[in-house]
Write a protein that binds this ligand. Structure first.
Ligand code: V0V
Length: 141
């Protein structure tokens, strides 16, 4: 089952520029940065500096390569919201439930996401034009 909004993912051409923008304009600061080669991204998770610690995160996603998911998104749509991610307890179970409801999941088995999480995606054409990500947090998160 879906527990909460995990993060909203925003495609950006330049991670360092975007980090400075979100910090200076909105007071959102980076709690974690990571390169994910398989996904072709350099990414950062942002939280409100003095906000509710349980807040959903903002994930900035910059492409490592033009032919990556984020590279293609930037080409087609320009910078902006690329995905909506929900926290789930058991990603295999939730994926199976969604498949049974007729939604296409992008991966047969979960792949590695931020900070040891496991992730899968619902195809945007099956979710009202929204790329929906499922996130099972890593141990200790
Ligand atoms: C494509 N479409 C989208 C979309 N990307 N619609 C809404 N939101 C998006 N992000 C539309 C596109 O405009 C087309 O519509 C249609 O879907 C088919 O597009 P396509 O040509 O197949 O597009 P591709 O080749 O860009 O692939 C789209 C998918 C790809 C969603 C399959 O982006 C993908 O595999 N995404 C999952 C992985 C990912 O996003 N990784 C980066 C984040 P029309 O023109 O036919 O109407 S990594 C991450 O989140 C991590 C590490 C984490 O959270 O931990």
């Amino acid at each position: 089952a879906i527990r909460r909004i995990d993060h909203v993912g925003i495609a950006v051409p330049d991670l360092d520029e975007a980090l400075a923008f979100y910090r200076d304009k909105f007071g959102l600061i980076s709690e974690h940065e990571e390169v994910n080669e398989e996904q072709g991204v350099r990414e950062a998770m942002l939280v409100p500096a003095d906000g509710d610690p349980t807040s959903g995160r903002v994930q900035l996603l910059a492409p490592l390569r033009p032919d990556s998911a984020i590279g293609k998104f930037l080409d087609r749509s320009g910078p902006g919201i690329q995905q909506m991610a929900y926290t789930v307890d058991d990603i295999e179970k939730t994926s199976e439930e969604l498949r049974a409801k007729g939604l296409r999941l992008l991966y047969d088995a979960p792949r590695r996401g931020t900070a040891g999480s496991r992730i899968n995606f619902v195809h945007p054409k099956d979710a009202g034009g929204v790329l929906v990500e499922l996130v099972e947090p890593g141990p200790g998160h």
